[in-house]
Design a protein around this ligand. Structure first.
Ligand code: NAI
Length: 686
């Protein structure tokens, strides 16, 4: 330790206690979160090298931040990597620094509280022991696949060695995070203890080091040479059902790496680094990284205002109101919910209880959540609420009548929001003495799954209220997207032409299943026909009718006929498809044209509308547009968003394709004027 005393570190704080244990605290400078930047790792290397002369009794690595241990490698540095060689150098340097921890001749402990993800987990794996807090906030995981790569700092080697291949590959292929207790059950950590006992447990482990855990024979067995191909085959098959190789190469690369090299650990380190260097410079990883930054940007949008709401009042306990209420409760809010139809309120509580059980598990936490959800037939909560959300029928008169009634009872500073999916705020605000206070909060169905919320503002909306709405969305852990009040806002407006093109194709006799397959092969999470059935054909029809009043959209007869016949989609058991146990029965059918052509037709309609929205500034810029479409519709994330895709393909070439389709199918493919600007910008004209 002597040498360390003379060096001052920016990110690490080494302290030696009277028993000779070094407590190495990572408190990354100029950042609220610990991430493993190059500088953080190099400092660690220096510290570890200094131990060589006089090793301490043991080393405990812990975090100086309250929010977690280490969130991962510094992803901002990934964007600066320009070549495979540069990537390889960076990764191998990281590997060698973590190996220094592993090679210390004394016991080492990672003391984990809060998140321990990606490179953070890899660092913990290089320690001889891991001790985690048993709090639900403690999350351990290897989410690299979500960024189009896999662990690269020795994680693929150490995790499989520690847990056996089945559990290790499962963690790395799904990217899911587990809490401290589950990590203990799995063998990922040696102990899971209450937060206040972490220090003592770490100390005791250094002073009386137990034999490090190793997986049992049963766990190791699938990794033996004869069984490896079998497990690899099984894993490839299950990955293939979720992600196509050409779109998401990382999980396949991980399985290959393990199958080919896990018999020889030294080679596996090298091949791990090579594999990540290839992946990290691929377009998939770059685009997924872009999506990650877009998500961060939306999160930041939700952090601006100093607004700390606690009480939420919902009016309308239908599909949306009920689910929004339950979600807010799950995020710790006190919620009152009001409905004219009292039977609806009982159903809201019942549905919410299902969600709480699924998400919270512990009966005590479920009960506490239920206690925060209060059916409120007469709207007693209105006067107390920080946020009032209206989610009654989509009827402007009914909404206005309600606002007139409730406005005098609202707190002057309360946020009043509507979940309308189509009525312009200007029309609704007329009923208020302070129209500028009304903001749109457009949630998507199902609320618990869809991360995006469009925050709608009209020209006269009070900016302070918009800021509050953004902060509220952030507080309930959703992603707020600021949009201009215009028909369909951003997401429905862009999605509708794509859905309607699918209906047009179906009317031409192209089998629905082929249309859906074409979209899925392109990379959409679900085909448009199945999506329409899932959203509800009545809802699609109503959105189409409303948008048709403002844009040159033709509402397809087929949609009207299906709704008139009571075929509303999944919820009624019949739509474009028939449903058995909620699952679509998809008749197989072949389309006359290649699937790529069908996909092109669908996507061009979507892109054309995206260009129109950008030109009209429905959102402030192209990044927000891409973020909205990805998080609001699931648009194939590995393309980085519709506008990014458009730029990659080249606006001029795509515009030409639109013109070709316009010749064949008519004016719905007429290119928006906005294309000219994009093409000019591409040529350096803007
Ligand atoms: P819903 O028909 O399921 O529920 C509406 C509820 O409001 C009913 O329970 C009704 O009893 C209650 N209600 C009507 N007038 C009321 C009043 N004056 N006071 C108290 N309660 C009243 O409707 P849903 O689907 O939940 O839609 C609600 C709003 O959310 C609409 O504006 C809709 O456009 C919007 N929306 C709907 C989405 C969807 O997928 N269903 C998605 C996004 C927004």
């Amino acid at each position: 330790m002597m040498a360390n005393d003379q060096v001052s570190y920016r990110h690490w704080r080494p302290e030696q206690d009277s028993e000779g244990i070094v407590w190495l605290t990572l408190d990354r400078a100029d950042s609220g979160t610990n991430a493993l930047s190059r500088e953080v790792l190099e400092e660690l290397a220096l510290l570890l090298d200094n131990f060589a002369g006089s090793p301490p009794r043991g080393v405990v690595i812990r975090s100086g931040k309250t929010n977690g241990f280490i969130a991962g490698a510094d992803v901002h540095e990934f964007t600066r990597i320009t070549s495979h060689a540069e990537a390889l150098e960076l990764i191998q340097r990281g590997q060698s620094i973590l190996t220094k921890i592993e090679q210390l001749p004394v016991p080492t402990v990672a003391m984990i509280s809060g998140f321990c993800l990606g490179g953070g987990l890899e660092l913990a794996l290089a320690c001889r022991y891991r001790i985690a807090a048993s709090t639900p906030e403690t999350k351990l995981g290897a989410p690299e696949v979500q960024l189009g790569i896999h662990p690269g700092f020795g994680g693929t080697v150490r995790l499989t060695r520690l847990l056996g291949p089945v559990a290790a590959l499962d963690l790395m292929l799904t990217g899911r995070a587990i809490d401290g207790r589950k990590a203990k059950q799995l063998g990922l950590v040696d102990y899971a203890v209450p937060e206040r006992q972490l220090v003592n447990a770490a100390r005791a482990t250094i002073l009386h080091p137990p034999t490090p855990k190793r997986p049992g024979l049963l766990q190791r067995l699938p990794g033996t040479a004869p069984l490896r191909p079998l497990l690899a085959w099984y894993l490839r098959r299950s990955v293939a059902s979720k992600a196509a190789l050409q779109h998401y190469p990382a999980p396949y690369a991980l399985i290959d790496l393990w199958q080919r090299y896990s018999g020889n650990l030294a080679t596996m380190y090298l091949e791990e680094a090579r594999s990540v260097a290839t992946l990290i410079t691929s377009s998939t990883a770059r685009n997924l990284l872009r999506v990650f930054f877009l998500q961060e940007r939306l999160k930041t949008e939700g952090r601006g205002a100093d607004f700390k709401p606690r009480y939420v009042h919902l009016i309308g306990g239908g599909t949306m109101g009920g689910d929004i209420a339950a979600w807010c409760v799950l995020q710790g809010f006190h919620v009152t919910i009001q409905d004219l139809d009292h039977g609806r309120l009982a159903k809201v509580v019942q549905r919410a209880a299902g969600l709480f059980k699924k998400k919270l598990r512990s009966p005590r936490l479920v009960q506490a959540a239920l206690d925060r959800l209060i059916p409120d037939r007469d709207g007693a909560g209105i006067g107390r609420a920080d946020v009032v959300i209206e989610a009654i029928f989509e009827d402007a008169d009914a909404k206005r009548a309600l606002y007139r009634q409730i406005e005098p009872r609202l707190r002057p500073d309360a946020l009043l929001a509507t979940n309308t999916s189509s009525i312009p705020l200007e029309e609704l605000g007329q009923a208020l003495t302070r129209p500028g206070r009304l903001v749109g909060l457009h949630f998507f169905n199902p609320v618990a799954k869809m991360q995006l919320v469009e925050v709608v503002a009209a020209a006269g909306t009070d900016p302070a209220m918009v800021a509050r709405a953004m902060a509220f969305v952030g507080a309930i852990k959703r992603l707020p997207l600021p949009v201009k009040s215009s028909p369909g806002f951003l997401v429905n407006r862009i999605l509708l032409p794509y859905l309607l093109e699918a209906v047009a194709m179906e009317m031409e006799g192209i089998p629905a299943s082929a249309i859906d397959r074409a979209a899925v092969e392109f990379g959409m999470p679900m085909g448009p026909i199945l999506l329409a059935d899932t959203v509800g054909l009545d809802i699609c029809l109503s959105v189409a009718r409303i948008l048709a009043r403002h844009y040159p959209i033709e509402v397809p007869k087929r949609l009207e006929e299906l709704v008139a016949a009571g075929r509303l989609g999944r919820k009624s058991g019949h739509g474009f498809y028939d449903y058995k146990n909620q699952q679509p029965v998809m008749p197989s059918g072949k389309a006359a044209s290649p699937l790529s052509e069908l996909a092109e037709r669908l996507i061009l309609r979507l892109l054309n509308e995206a260009v129109a929205c950008l030109r009209e500034r429905v959102v402030a810029d192209g990044e927000l547009l891409d973020a909205g479409v990805i998080f609001g519709t699931g648009f194939a994330p590995f393309y980085g968003g519709p506008l990014h895709y458009l730029q990659t393909k080249g606006p001029e070439a795509l515009r030409q394709r639109l013109d070709d389709y316009a010749m064949r199918y008519g004016s719905r493919f007429t290119a928006d004027q906005g294309w000219a600007d994009l093409i000019a910008a591409g040529k350096g004209g803007a």
